[in-house]
Design a protein around this ligand. Structure first.
Ligand code: KIV
Ligand code: ZN
Length: 516
């Protein structure tokens, strides 16, 4: 019988640490519900001590989810651990994840603590967390660059103190697969009470090795993998959940363990995360990229038609590609709309919210005859973005684009309830529209990224636009969707400007050990 491999998803915590990927409470709840449908074992819902908003989000996830365990992150300090304990109280199953760095560079330069002080603090933190729950996870941060002898001492002590899961992070993505797998084997062999805990890994992708390192660790005895949807995460990201899960599932000849994941939910969850965060999935991305199952060359196509296995090691429908089908159309009524939202586990807060989403759906169905699940997800995201965009609203936008002429845009915005107008020219209609918006709001922001993706296929598809802005070192993303990509672009720009104007004072868990 094969062991179970626990899937710990940290899209809502480490994923959110990607610059510009911050999510609202409602967006986090929507993703968490999808993770539950995906049958993720543990959802790391956030870092509650970061801000009141982060605390509220973790609590809302704890209230919404019942089939997955809900976890919150805490540094090894009292306020953080108590914040997690309070935030996860409503959860049916919960976990406190506490951590402290153990590598020489982190202990000396960041913590300014001696190894003995770190060991003592780790034990103290685990004992405190155990006062609130039986399920405590401990991570020696930057384990990948820590001294294995010291790691063994710390881990033995925290297991004795009551940690049931020991997570080994390669925080800076420095390790190579053979080395990282070897580290896990060494720890399991040398730590006398290793059999009292589950060993987990958490790998970053700085050298493109996060998935390979995680899989090597599993081959060497790790039984939990921490990962994120689409590999979202700090810097180059974390190990991609879909790649880890499909590698283990596809290579059952090598792995004597498997996950509980319902793989048919992988693509819909990937789409949802990309829609909400505005982080597009590259077309050649394994498993969830648009080309992952597309065959270009005639030879391949011929082989696939004769026998699929000649060039395909997984089936597209097994990872959820078949979910991309027409679900509703112009003539679908309120009930059909409501039922499909319920099937997608999308809960709108009130009847008013449902009415306004339905009105939006009818408007979309007039422009685009086939409405797919992805359109519905985008529509609900649009609805919540519009509610969050309180100060800046797009009233009208008119662009002129003609061969041989300079493109121009006329924009009317409602700024704090007052209509303001500007006309500008630009290199293209989007550029002209952004200039006109800037002439009104004078934001002082730098545009770091502008990207457009079609949500489904066809020229009548909705365009999903992401705009990333920077100001005084702060980076935010804004999203917008519409069948007209200039309008989608203007909405995304306004959404980013609105997010920039909100003073989001939140702490990063890995930067300091001081209370916030
Ligand atoms: O990368 C890391 O070390 C982390 C820890 C907080 C687990 O995210
Ligand atoms: Zn991390």
């Amino acid at each position: 019988m094969s062991d179970s491999l626990i899937i710990f998803d940290t899209t809502l915590r480490d994923g959110e640490q990607s610059p510009g990927a911050s999510m609202t409470r409602d967006e986090k709840v929507r993703i968490a519900r999808n993770l539950e449908r995906l049958r993720v074992d543990v959802i790391e819902a956030g870092f509650p001590a970061a801000s009141q908003g982060d605390f509220d989000s973790v609590r809302a996830v704890a209230e919404a989810v019942s089939e997955s365990r809900v976890c919150g992150l805490a540094r090894a300090i009292e306020g953080d651990i108590k914040a997690v304990a309070n935030a996860i109280k409503p959860a049916a199953m919960s976990r406190i994840h506490t951590f402290i760095a153990t590598s020489p560079i982190h202990m000396q330069e960041k913590l300014r603590m001696s190894p003995d002080e770190v060991l003592e603090r780790a034990v103290w933190a685990v004992k405190l967390a155990r006062e609130f729950t039986d399920d405590v996870e401990f991570s020696p941060e930057d384990a990948g660059r820590s001294d294995p002898d010291f790691l063994c001492r710390v881990i033995e002590a925290v297991i004795d103190a009551g940690a049931g899961t020991i997570n080994i992070p390669d925080t800076v993505g420095y390790n190579l697969p053979g080395q990282f797998g070897g580290l896990i084997a060494t720890l399991l062999e040398r730590i006398p009470n290793a059999d009292k805990a589950i060993f987990s890994v958490h790998c970053h992708n700085d050298l493109g090795m996060a998935v390979a390192n995680s899989l090597s660790a599993v081959l060497n005895g790790a039984r939990q993998v921490e990962c994120t949807i689409n590999g979202l995460g700090e810097r180059a990201g974390n190990a991609a959940l879909e790649e880890v899960v499909m590698a283990v599932r596809t290579r059952q000849d090598l792995f004597n363990c498997d996950t509980r994941i319902d793989t048919t939910q992988i693509v819909p969850t990937s789409r949802l995360v990309s829609n909400i965060t505005g982080f597009a999935v590259q077309p050649n991305k394994a498993v969830v990229g648009a080309n992952a199952f597309a065959h270009e060359s005639g030879i391949h196509q011929d082989g696939v038609i004769k026998k699929r296995e000649t060039y395909e090691i997984m089936r597209a429908e097994d990872v959820g590609w078949s979910h991309n089908r027409m679900v509703l159309g112009k003539h679908s009524g309120r009930n059909a709309f409501r039922t499909r939202l319920a099937e997608l586990d999308i809960q709108l807060e009130s009847e008013t919210a449902l009415n306004s989403a339905f009105a939006r759906f009818k408007e979309l169905a007039d422009k685009k005859h086939e409405i797919f699940d992805e359109d519905l997800q985008a529509l609900v995201t649009e609805e919540s973005l519009e509610q969050a965009t309180e100060k800046l609203k797009l009233v009208t936008l008119k662009v002129c684009s003609e061969t041989g002429e300079t493109p121009s845009a006329d924009v009317t915005l409602s700024v704090d309830g007052v209509d303001m107008h500007a006309s500008m020219t630009g290199g293209g209609p989007v550029d002209a529209a952004f200039r006109a918006i800037d002439a009104i709001v004078d934001s002082g922001c730098n545009l770091l990224l502008y990207s457009v993706n079609n949500i489904t296929t066809g020229t009548d598809s909705q365009g999903e636009v992401t705009v990333r802005l920077e100001k005084d070192g702060r980076i935010v993303n804004g999203n917008g969707a519409d069948t007209d990509i200039v309008i989608a672009s203007a909405k995304a720009y306004l959404n980013a400007l609105e997010r920039m104007s909100v003073d989001l004072r939140r702490a990063h868990p890995q930067v300091t050990q001081q209370p916030i």
